[in-house]
Design a protein around this ligand. Structure first.
Ligand code: PMV
Length: 328
């Protein structure tokens, strides 16, 4: 049985957001979501089971994991140990290619890479669906970092039927996500807490009612490579995520003045003829979606904004995969 395995998984940006759970324990979401994997934002993770260990050893970057991360990773290792019917402890090392402290989310790529590396190191060979289901339990959006390219997470009704599938391969459409980094501090309210509060917003039922149509618009726009159709749908959805957050009880303000300044600048650029649309996650950074031919111009416009500290350009990324080079 292989004891050691290394996997690489991309982060992803959601065009239709996951916000709120039907089942919080298993992270079964309220709605389907659609995303694109990001080729320039990935996590590499090596896992080795070792019978000599009496505790799991977990490193993130060059440091031992903090308590919160350690607990979450061990819970995930336990899921795999239960599947593999083993009790052996593991050595885990994980590293992000994007600089830490960029405020970029890493739980999607982290739990996707951890799921693939851990199952292989434990001697399991899960298919894509089972891997997506496993990754989802670590972090919901991680389910979407398992399949290739443009991905839809089928909400399902219970853990066994809530998983992501590839809608289109990464090389289908040369889109770009130009991330304008305006803050590098960690968000004050984690997304797990945000999901828990979503159903306290009066607007959540309206969102769930409106989503089937918006999901259909996004699917159609992707299949037709039609940015003018995709853009308004993803902007609506991003604003709605923040609307739900701000009207939750207690309210969560991920919204920030710098974020609004970037959005305003890009709306002006669009009025001047640049085909760029924004989306937002549960944080202040702005993801600018455009076609490859416009990416340099979008990045240049973003860099001119005083609030923007850094710009990272991503093309559509592949799904999670095993790699031969181990981290230790
Ligand atoms: O996977 P989580 O629990 O970190 O939730 C992700 C939430 C958003 O990034 C805001 C939206 C999404 O669908 O990725």
């Amino acid at each position: 049985m292989p004891q050691k395995a290394t996997a690489e998984a991309k982060s992803n940006i959601a065009f239709i957001k996951y916000w709120g759970n039907r089942d919080a324990q298993y992270r079964v979401p309220l709605n389907n979501s659609i995303s694109m994997n990001l080729d320039h934002a990935f996590t590499t993770t090596t896992v080795e089971f070792d019978a000599r260990l009496n505790t799991d050893m977990i490193r993130v970057g060059d440091l031992p994991a903090n308590d919160a991360t350690r607990t979450r990773v061990i819970t995930h290792l336990d899921r795999v140990r239960a599947l593999a019917k083993i009790e052996t402890r593991a050595r885990v090392a994980s590293s992000n290619n994007f600089p830490t402290g960029t405020g970029m989310a890493s739980s999607a790529s982290a739990f996707a890479a951890l799921s693939l590396a851990t199952t292989r190191a434990a001697g399991l060979n899960l298919d894509e669906r089972a891997l997506s289901i496993l990754a989802r339990q670590g972090s919901g959006s991680a389910s979407r970092s398992i399949p290739d390219g443009f991905v839809e997470w089928m909400a399902g009704t219970e853990s066994g039927n809530s998983y992501a599938v590839s809608l289109l391969p990464h090389d289908f459409w040369d889109l770009r996500d130009v991330i304008a980094i305006v803050s590098t501090t960690e968000k004050k309210v984690g997304s797990s807490d945000g999901h828990g509060l979503a159903q306290t917003s009066h607007f959540i039922d309206e969102r769930v009612r409106a989503l089937p149509l918006r999901l259909q618009r996004v699917r159609r726009a992707l299949f037709a490579k039609n940015l003018a159709m995709l853009g308004p749908a993803i902007e609506e959805d991003a604003v709605e995520l923040h609307l739900i957050a701000m009207t939750s009880n207690p309210p969560i303000f991920y919204w920030s003045p710098a974020m609004v300044r970037v959005i305003e600048t890009m709306r002006r650029a669009r009025a001047d003829g640049l085909a760029v649309y924004f989306t937002l996650d549960a944080g202040p950074n702005v993801h600018l979606i455009c076609e490859a031919k416009d990416a340099d111009q979008v990045a240049a416009r973003a860099r001119e904004i005083a609030d923007v500290q850094n710009v990272i350009v991503n093309a559509p990324g592949t799904g999670a995969r095993l790699i031969a080079e181990h981290l230790f």
